[in-house]
Design a protein around this ligand. Structure first.
Ligand code: CP3
Length: 347
C-alpha cells in the first residue's frame, strides 16, 4: 500500500490513490478512546506518553487513514509554560486569568524542553508502531490570542478585536510572543520525529482580509517560514476562511478548507502551487451512509484527478459520528480513486 501518499500529495507529486485522514480523528466518537482515557483529563492524557501514543494510534487501526495526528491540543504550549489553561469537557479551553494588559505579557515566557518532557517519548512510541506519516500541530497565533483574550471559547471574538484595534503595540507584541511559543513547540515536535505540521487557524476567518493582512498575517508568516526551514510540509487550516485563501497560499504548502467554499473555487484562489485538504461537512457523517457516499463522490469528482489533494472533513469529527461511516468513507475514497477506469470518470 502507498504509505507515503499523504506526503506525496502535500508535495504535489502524483499518488496511486487519494490520501485521507480526519481532523480530530482521535476521540470522542470512538468507544476505545473512552475506555483508554477513563477519568483522566485531556491534559493528563497528553502528558502521559503511553496513553497519548495509544490515543493517536486508535483511529489509524480503526479507520485505515493515511496519516496519524499527534494526540495533543493547540493550548498545550500555553499550559506547559504555566499560563493557567484548563480544557473543560464539553466547553473547550478556559483560561484562569485572561490576557488583558501589558502586565500579562510577562506571563508568556518562552517554551523550554523541560516544559514538555513527555513529547519525545510519545512520538517515539507512536513511530515505533506506525507505517504512515505522523502530523504534529500548533495553533496559529491569532487563534491562540483569541482564547487568551476571551478567556473561553467565543465565536465572535469581540474583545480580541477590540484589543487588536485599540492597543496595536501590545497586540503585535502578543502575536510575536505567541509566534515564538508556537515555533518552539513545532520545532520540538519535528526533532521528536513528526513528518508534517498543521497550523490550526480556526478563528482567523472572523477577520476581514485587510485586518487579517495587517494583524495576523505577519506573525503567521513567521510561523510558516519557520516550518519551511524545518524541512517538513506545512498545512494551514482555517474555518470560514474562503476570503483569506490568497493570503494562506502565500504561506503554506497545503491549505485546509471547510465546506463553505467549493473546492473548485478554493483551487482558483489558491493557484497551482498549493495543495488542498478538505472539505466534507462533518455533519454529513451524521447522516446515513448513502448521503455520505453521495457527498464524498461530489468532492472526488472535483478533485481526485488533480495533483495535491488530501481528502478530509471541513472541520473536526463530531462526537456523535458513527465510526462505521468514517470506516466506509476511507474505504470509499481509496477504492474510488485507485482504479484508473473509475478515475476516467472524474477527469
Ligand atoms: O485527533 C486529533 O485531531 C488530535 C487531537 C486534537 C485535540 N485538539 C484534542 C482534543 C487536536 C488536533 C486539537 C486541536 C484543537 N484544539 C483546535 C483546532 C481544531 C479546531 O477544532 O478548530 C482547537 C480550536 C482546540 C481547542 C479545543 N480543545 C477546543 C475548542 C476543545 C473543545 C472541543 C469540543 O468540541 O468539545 C478542546 C478539547 C479537546 N481537544 C478534546 C480533544 C480530544 C475534547 C475534550 C476531551 O476529550 O476532554
Amino acid at each position: 500500500m502507498p504509505a507515503d501518499s499523504f506526503l506525496r500529495a502535500c508535495r504535489l507529486e502524483p499518488v496511486e490513490r487519494v490520501p485521507i485522514w480526519f481532523m480530530r480523528q482521535a476521540g470522542r466518537s470512538l468507544p476505545e478512546y473512552h475506555a483508554t482515557r477513563g477519568e483522566s483529563t485531556l491534559l493528563d492524557a497528553v502528558a502521559h506518553p503511553e496513553m497519548a501514543a495509544e490515543l493517536t494510534l486508535q483511529p489509524v487501526r480503526r479507520y485505515g487513514v493515511d496519516a496519524a495526528i499527534l494526540f495533543s491540543d493547540i493550548m498545550v504550549p500555553l499550559w506547559a509554560i504555566g499560563f493557567g489553561v484548563d480544557i473543560v469537557p464539553g466547553v473547550g479551553p478556559v483560561v484562569e486569568r485572561a490576557f488583558r494588559s501589558r502586565a500579562d505579557l510577562k506571563r508568556l515566557r518562552g517554551l523550554e524542553p523541560d516544559d514538555i518532557p513527555f513529547l519525545e517519548e510519545t512520538v517515539q512510541g507512536i513511530k515505533s508502531e506506525l507505517d504512515i506519516p505522523l502530523i504534529g500541530f500548533g495553533g496559529a497565533p491569532f487563534t491562540l490570542a483569541g482564547y487568551l483574550i476571551e478567556g473561553r471559547p467565543s465565536t465572535r471574538l469581540h474583545m480580541t478585536k477590540k484589543l487588536m484595534l485599540t492597543c496595536e503595540a501590545l497586540w503585535f507584541n502578543l502575536m510575536d510572543r505567541l509566534a515564538s511559543l508556537v515555533i518552539a513547540s513545532l520545532e520540538a515536535q519535528v526533532s521528536a520525529g513528526v513528518d508534517a505540521l498543521q497550523i490550526f487557524d480556526s478563528w482567523g476567518g472572523v477577520l476581514g482580509p485587510d485586518h487579517y493582512r495587517r494583524y495576523a498575517f505577519p506573525a503567521h508568516r513567521r510561523v510558516l517560514e519557520a516550518v519551511r526551514a524545518m524541512g517538513v510540509p506545512s498545512i494551514l487550516f482555517g474555518l470560514g476562511a474562503g476570503h483569506l485563501l490568497e493570503q494562506f497560499a502565500e504561506m503554506a504548502d497545503v491549505v485546509g478548507i471547510d465546506w463553505r467554499i467549493p473546492l473548485e473555487e478554493a483551487r482558483r484562489k489558491l493557484g497551482p502551487g498549493v495543495a488542498v485538504q478538505g472539505n466534507l461537512d462533518p455533519s454529513v457523517c451524521l447522516a446515513p451512509w448513502e448521503t455520505v457516499e453521495h457527498c464524498a463522490r461530489a468532492i472526488i469528482r472535483q478533485n481526485a484527478a488533480r495533483r495535491g489533494f488530501i481528502f478530509n472533513l471541513g472541520h473536526g469529527v463530531l462526537p456523535e459520528t458513527d465510526p462505521a461511516n468514517l470506516e466506509r468513507l476511507v474505504e470509499f475514497v481509496h477504492r474510488e480513486t485507485e482504479n484508473p477506469d473509475r478515475m476516467e470518470d472524474v477527469r
